[in-house]
Design a protein around this ligand. Structure first.
Ligand SMILES: [Zn+2]
Length: 458
């Protein structure tokens, strides 16, 4: 069976991201650095919106989850306890002729795929970035850049539980950078060595873990749908027994149909009591929970939904990208959900005529108090609409000479391209209503219908 692929071409996405200031190659004036990318003026807004949407859903809109922000460099014992020092590695072989390094399990035969040279015996290569803390570069000062944010939650379990007076079940959430010295990177921002994660550790009473595991798989799958991702481009994949870590009771991946095929956006794992038990053992501190209702003392189980910020962002761009025929020409448009769109409203005076400037500036000043806006008066109105379509701006406001007479402006909607005229004093309220998540009606490109559950997926 041929590999299923998205209809969107990755080259087009990379080019749009560069052209419009979403994503640039890192340190490009020096020729770039492998697998490192910089978020430009629109990219940083989109990325913040993705993270805010997650934080709102996971932390602000719930009573049972609190957030933290922990340091990237942690006590080295953390990574002994977590198993990363001993187990977080890939088998590698080096070419004796060209010195290229390969993952042993990714090549067939015993010759270098690059030059045909002889290869070394496989060796384990740890994926953690290592550095030294303080002035002395010796074994005692070795520290690691965290390969996941999760351990920050486990080592703070007691601090957070005590200070926030939480009872089980409850969760600790974090968004932050992680680092993995991957041998194979690529597919734009999909797999990079420096990346950002959105992770939740949700602690539950043993015995209720299966139920909570199912709950979080559904929650997380629906999160993508509610932000406009198309259901046919999303799927859940259950890990087989030999894919599972030895301690894990179960794991599902939320996968997206990227241009390179189905790939992981997020993993939801039932990690049982592995993490807290390990940290209790290595630190000598009890991380048990005392259940006041039953008088029992036990180590909580944990359900971990772990999502990638960068790959979610990429999926949202790919999913919303469209080339459409409009008035005899092709327009490129990002049908981004309004929560995610970097710019919500663009103010476009019909021309640069000086009579239009005062009112246009006034309208813009009013709107930017409530929304992220852009003011654009360069080039023809048609080209400016196209420019806003291409960056996913849901609404454009046009001020023309008639506006000076009747105090009305034109609102153009991105997806339908429909235009309505409205009194200036009603603009803010109208846009607020249209932009508030679920009221926003667009093309059938994204699901405006509420999705109650992931039927038939579990
Ligand atoms: Zn070679």
């Amino acid at each position: 069976m041929p590999e299923e692929k998205s209809k969107v071409d990755m080259e087009k996405i990379v080019s749009l991201c560069k052209r419009r200031g979403f994503i640039f190659p890192s340190s490009e004036i020096y020729g770039g650095l492998g697998s490192c990318w910089d978020y430009g003026p629109l990219g940083v807004e989109l990325k913040r919106n993705v993270k805010d949407a997650w934080w709102r859903a996971i932390v602000h809109q719930r009573d049972d989850v609190v957030g933290i922000d922990t340091s990237i460099i942690m006590h080295p014992q953390t990574w002994m306890a977590s198993g990363h020092v001993d187990g977080f590695s890939d088998p590698m072989v080096d070419c004796k002729a060209c010195r290229q390094r390969w993952r042993a399990d990714h090549i067939s035969g015993d010759k270098c795929p690059g030059c045909g040279g002889e290869l070394t015996e496989p060796r384990q290569f740890n994926l953690m970035f290592k550095t030294f803390m303080g002035p002395v570069e010796d074994d005692a000062s070795v520290v690691y850049l965290r390969p996941e944010t999760a351990q920050g939650m486990f080592v703070n379990f007691e601090n957070v539980m005590t200070t926030s007076r939480k009872k089980l079940p409850f969760g600790i959430a974090q968004i932050g950078k992680s680092f993995r010295n991957e041998i194979t990177t690529g597919n734009f921002i999909f797999r990079t060595r420096e990346f950002e994660q959105m992770e939740l550790e949700y602690f539950v009473k043993p015995g209720t873990d299966e139920e909570w595991f199912n709950y979080w798989v559904n929650e997380r799958f629906n999160w993508y749908l509610k932000r406009g991702m198309r259901k046919e481009n999303l799927r859940l994949r259950e890990h087989s027994k030999d894919e599972l870590a030895h301690y894990a009771k179960g794991c599902y991946d939320v996968e997206y149909l990227f241009p390179m095929g189905w790939s992981e956006l997020e993993g939801i794992a039932n990690r049982a009591d592995f993490d807290l038990t390990q940290h209790a053992r290595h630190s000598g501190r009890s991380l048990d929970y005392f259940d006041e209702e039953t008088g029992q003392r036990y180590t909580p189980y944990v359900i971990e939904p772990s999502a990638g910020v960068d790959r979610s962002l990429l999926a949202f761009i790919v999913d919303s990208y469209a080339e459409e025929l409009a008035q005899g020409e092709t327009r490129v448009v990002l049908h981004l959900h309004p929560d995610l769109a970097p710019v919500k409203v663009a103010v476009l005076p019909l021309s640069r005529n000086e009579k239009l400037v005062p009112l246009s500036r006034e309208v813009h000043a009013e709107l930017r108090r409530c929304f992220v806006t852009q003011y654009d008066d360069a080039q023809s109105i048609g080209r400016r609409y196209r420019r806003q379509d291409e960056i996913g701006t849901p609404f454009c406001i046009t001020i023309d000479f008639q506006s000076l007479e009747d105090n009305r402006v034109t609102i153009r909607e991105r997806d339908s391209m429909e235009q309505i005229r409205l009194p200036i004093k009603e603009v803010v309220e109208t846009l607020q209503a249209k932009l508030s998540g679920e009221n926003f009606v667009t093309q059938p490109l994204w699901t405006a219908k509420p999705i109650s559950a992931v039927e038939g997926q579990l």
